[in-house]
Design a protein around this ligand. Structure first.
Ligand SMILES: Cc1ncc(COP(=O)(O)O)c(C=O)c1O
Length: 509
């Protein structure tokens, strides 16, 4: 197939002063300035002389002359049969014109401001904290081997993107694609007893967006929100960075999940409770039946909302999962689901299920954020669900995760003494928490593990300030048994080393 060279438009060229004469000289000067400002950079292809002449409404010879002048000066270069380009030599260190170009650019940038805006530093910190882990043990939800949907996903993708409903189109429904919302309503009803219709389902780019939308829609400017202690950083960081840090009431978690009595003591009139009832994040216990009744009763009495983050309830390995909170109180619970865990995180698709009277509000908040989710993958996922692949996939990966979980626990038990590191009990999910001896600094251990080629996250930042306990979140993706075993050995060596040398001890450099 013939390839069309990438031709650069030069929008910032500005106008030629026709009355002033020497049009080719003027054009050459405009191009020099565009290069100096960094608007066109080394390697960029310029428009053909014919095209540029037509768009500037000058004779083609004028453009030819300007290009030739700049080639002679070393700003441009041309090869027979190829587009004229900004000279690559300009990017070389020490090259006269190149240095001038970069200096002009940086000086321009620096002179125009003295410091970054106040929120910029905080958001930059969030970016550092949320840097994804490399795809190696023990990063959570990495779709490799048996946990990757592989060929089916590609086949369906090709089908819907080429001519099907995922082909390029105009703006669509902000709630998301109807076939996907219908498939999700059916799935949530069957698997989680969430009774809803497609009109109550709003497709999100994952639970993170669902949490963000819920903060915007449900919390008035003076309202307080209960948040578990410890909790997913995706919710605590969202509240902290949207000027709601002081409205966040951290409610302790014990063996039965969030301590509702403690929440009522601290902030009886809070407007929202953000909870992970199926599988407390990160610790893993389900919310007990007594606490479920208590939190819903509190919400009813106080006209409050419960936001149920049901991120991985499909992965329970003994017995059946508790039904969702939503199933008991559909008018008070905003239910958040995600495909990051059961399929793969890069899909960036999740959903919010809201009572009918909140649907428009969530829709509006969504529109202001990003209009609507990208269309094509919604249709791929809808087809994946409609053809029964999702249920098959979940059955398969559930077994993989159950095995990996058992294998990892056995490896840790064999490699590390209980008084140094011990696993938080549990029977579900795709991660476990490995508590560390109290004197260790888990962030230091994370850095040491990364240097040893093991990917883990620290637990202490998930607690409220001053209440942190050191621990590690260990995910088990579709890595092979051999990879998991080897990584467990390396992690055990890191922890043993940290204890022996004191490198990881709190306060130690
Ligand atoms: C508690 C919790 N909620 C939700 C998510 C998923 O977020 P998303 O759907 O944005 O990938 C995660 C991911 O780690 C999580 O741990």
């Amino acid at each position: 197939m013939a390839r069309t060279p990438l031709v650069l438009d030069v929008p910032a060229l500005g106008a030629l002063e026709r009355g002033a004469g020497n049009l080719s000289g003027q054009l050459a000067q405009l191009l020099r300035e565009a290069i100096h400002r960094g608007e066109i950079v080394p390697g960029d292809a310029l428009p053909s002389t014919r095209l540029l002449a037509a768009s500037l409404q000058v004779a083609r010879g004028t453009v030819v002359e300007a290009y030739e002048q700049l080639i002679a000066e070393g700003f441009l270069e041309s090869q027979r049969g190829a587009a004229t380009r900004v000279a690559e030599a300009l990017s070389g260190a020490g090259a006269g014109a190149g240095t001038r170009v970069r200096k002009a650019h940086t000086a321009h940038g620096r002179a125009s401001r003295t410091s970054l805006p106040e929120p910029a530093a905080r958001f930059a910190q969030v970016a550092r904290e949320f840097t994804p882990l490399p795809p190696m043990p023990f990063a959570v939800s990495v779709p490799v081997g048996l946990t990757a949907p592989a060929d089916i996903w590609r086949r369906l993708g090709n089908r819907v993107r080429a001519k099907g409903p995922g082909a390029p189109a105009g703006y669509d429904d902000p709630k998301g694609a109807l076939p996907l919302r219908e498939a999700i309503a059916a799935y949530a009803r069957k698997s989680r007893s969430v009774h809803c219709d497609a009109g109550q389902v709003i497709i999100t780019s994952g639970t993170q967006q669902g949490l963000y939308l819920a903060c915007q829609v449900l919390l008035g400017s003076k309202d307080q929100a209960w948040v578990e202690d410890p909790a997913y950083r995706g919710i605590t960081a969202t509240l902290e960075n949207n000027g709601r840090g002081s409205a966040m009431i951290r409610v302790p978690v014990d063996d039965e999940g969030i301590d509702v009595e403690a929440g009522i003591r601290q902030a009886p009139h809070a407007k929202v409770a953000f909870v992970t009832p199926s599988h407390q994040y990160p610790l893993g216990m389900p919310l007990s039946m007594a606490r479920r009744s208590a939190i819903l009763a509190w919400a009813r009495t106080n006209d409050a909302w419960v936001v149920e983050d049901d991120y991985d309830s499909e992965f329970r390995y003994e017995g059946y999962p508790f039904p969702s909170l939503h199933s008991s109180e559909p008018d008070r619970v905003v239910y958040l689901g995600t495909f990051s865990k059961i399929l793969f995180p890069s899909l960036r698709l999740g959903y919010v299920i809201v009572p009918h009277d909140l649907a428009d509000a969530f829709c509006g908040a969504r529109v202001l954020m990003d209009r609507h989710p990208p269309n094509a993958d919604q249709h791929v996922l809808a087809a994946f669900m409609a053809d029964g692949h999702l249920e098959r996939h979940i059955r398969r990966v559930r077994n993989v995760y159950a095995n990996h979980r058992a294998q990892l626990i056995a490896a840790i038990d064999a490699l590390l003494p209980q008084e140094v590191a011990w696993v938080q009990p549990g029977d579900q999910g795709m991660h476990l928490v490995l508590w560390l001896e109290e004197s260790l600094d888990d962030r230091e251990v994370v850095a040491m593990a990364a240097r040893a080629g093991v990917a883990v996250r620290a637990v202490s930042p998930m607690f409220s300030p001053g209440n942190g306990r050191p621990g590690l979140v260990l995910g088990f993706g579709g890595f092979s048994n051999a990879q998991m075993e080897e990584a467990a050995q390396r992690l055990a060596a890191v922890i043993t080393d940290a204890v022996r040398s004191g490198v990881g001890r709190r306060g130690a450099g």
